[in-house]
Design a protein around this ligand. Structure first.
Ligand SMILES: Nc1ncnc2c1ncn2[C@@H]1O[C@H](COP(=O)(O)OP(=O)(O)OP(=O)(O)O)[C@@H](O)[C@H]1O
Length: 308
């Protein structure tokens, strides 16, 4: 039987008249990496704050690591790590001093603290930087320190709010390798992101828009079940063709990628290539191919994106 680290049932959070998250249902399996993908302002951070007990839900039930939230939030605090969007360590302290400080907050002292710091410095490649003040460090180095700090007390569950928005692709890759190491050791991870490639790495994923979960599942399954076929067309006058395609109710979206147009066509059209050629005679000689769906296609097909 699957054990869940997080269960949320019909959770709503309102700020005054404004509903920031609406009827969120969530089951996050223990040890998994669960992604929250969605545009700015769709409610990802609000959801995390409710799940961590920092915000009280307006409605609904939340259970995290077997604790009833917000009632038992204080007990939860010691079992979770939370890396917020903003770098939240001390610029004027060194790497070592930051880790000591965080350790003490979690009541780790003496020999145990020394051992934990040594382990974290080594795991996150910070040995050479131990005596360096944070102010002079690069974005990638700061991010490694943030993860080291968030995992100092070996939390069972880790919340990461857009952890890689300030780092380059190589650092993102390395960061994700660290997340998979943590997951293999049994840590459950909930991570929010804007990046499709990052979302694709998650074991499971929720796509959010305007405070609601629009789709939820394993990335591969979401791609297989999205209800549209993807066609790539290499043709002349792509801008004009795109506008004409968007007038057709059979077309979910069309977007230019280099010299091609990526067209999502609802699956009610059984033969999308033939349909395109019939509907647009100028495509009769064009290069048309069915393409493998991507997560970006799923995102477009389940949200309001892509219709302009
Ligand atoms: N304390 C608050 N009071 C009023 N409105 C809020 C508050 N916190 C968030 N909101 C609103 O709730 C909505 C969701 O915000 P949230 O920060 O959860 O989005 P997000 O998906 O995390 O966005 P981003 O990717 O930009 O961080 C936004 O419209 C935001 O302005």
């Amino acid at each position: 039987m699957t054990e869940y680290a997080i269960r949320a049932n019909s959770v709503v959070k309102r700020f005054g008249q404004f509903t920031a998250i609406n009827n969120i249902n969530l089951n996050v399996a223990k040890g998994s990496i669960y992604g929250f993908l969605g545009p700015n302002g769709c409610g990802k951070s609000t959801t995390i704050r409710v799940l961590t007990g920092l915000l009280n839900p307006s409605q609904g039930q939340v259970e995290v690591l077997g604790l009833e939230i917000p009632k038992q939030s204080e007990k939860l605090r010691l079992k979770i790590g939370y890396m917020t969007q903003k770098f939240s360590l001390y610029d004027d302290l060194t790497v070592l001093e930051n880790l000591e400080f965080i350790g003490q907050i979690f009541a780790i002292n003496g020999r145990e603290l020394k051992a934990r710091i040594a382990a974290q410095l080594s795991t996150y490649g910070l040995n050479q930087l131990a005596k360096q003040r944070v102010a002079g460090m690069s974005g990638g180095q700061k991010q490694r320190l943030s993860l080291a700090a968030a995992t100092m007390h070996q939390p069972e569950l880790l919340f990461l709010d857009e952890p890689t928005s300030a780092v380059d692709p190589q650092n993102r890759r390395d960061f994700w390798e660290q997340l998979f190491d943590l997951s293999a050791q049994g840590t459950t991870i909930l991570v929010t992101t804007h990046y499709m490639d990052e979302a694709e790495r998650c074991h499971r994923l929720a796509i959010m828009e305007a405070g609601e979960i629009r789709a939820d599942g394993e990335p591969e399954r979401l791609m297989a079940e999205m209800g549209v076929n993807v066609v790539e067309a290499k043709a002349a006058n792509l801008r004009q063709l795109k506008n004409q395609l968007l007038q057709c109710q059979e077309v979910r979206s069309a977007a230019q990628i280099g010299a091609r147009l990526r067209i999502l066509i609802y699956q009610q059209v059984a033969q999308p290539l033939e349909w395109l050629k019939q509907r647009f005679p100028e495509l009769a000689q064009a290069e048309l191919n069915l393409a493998r769906p991507s997560l970006e296609d799923v995102f477009v097909s389940v949200t309001g994106a892509g219709r302009q």
